[in-house]
Design a protein around this ligand. Sequence first.
Ligand code: NI
Ligand code: MN
Length: 234
Amino acid sequence: MRDWLKGTEVSWLGHSAVLVQTKAGTTILIDPFITGNPKFPAGYSMPKKVDYILLTHGHGDHLGDAVQLASKYSATVVAVYELAAYVAGQAGAKIIGMNLGGSVKLGDVTATMTDAKHSAGAQDENGTHYTGVAAGFVLSVEGGPVLYHAGDTAVFMDMKLIEELYRPDVVMLPIGGHYTMGPREAALAVKFLKPKLVLPIHFGTFTPLRGRPEELQPLVPDVEVAIIEPGQSL
Ligand code: NI
Ligand code: MN
């Protein structure tokens, strides 16, 4: 546990799934891909409560088990407007629909929706549905760290705006390649975002996601890249 996290626990659950628990007790689950996620840690005991489920976009490996978990935990689903409406239609879940550049208060966390360069859309037995655009989230914990989960994205220049506006301490960046940026592009993202710590996500889950943290680290020698196993915390 790092002092500057001020008691906020960030746990990686494989792929892009991340659990954030603040010292004050706010529990946030991001992109809860559990069923069918080969990297979800076997035997992992989920928390007793989840207050909010944040979705970066509607693809199955991010929407994941959101509908079932929202109902199980009575959690509020936070997503871009159209995706939130889609989830409400599936589950009658409590939702907060928002959009790029906006912020909402989630307990002691301010969540800001950021841009991402990626496609969106949710697929189910009735076909592919328009679910708004792909996004990322900046989570600013009161008296604590600033976390940025980039979702699925290419590297983009406006990451400089995210740095200027929010000064993220921890950045969770996809590095697998193929569907998102890989290590080479993620290294430039790190240069733009200037974090204390990088948590690589969206790699190794499926064969095409070939990028590895060990490739990223030498490209960003001045910044620590967390090399942890699914189920472990920063
Ligand atoms: Ni995607
Ligand atoms: Mn994905």
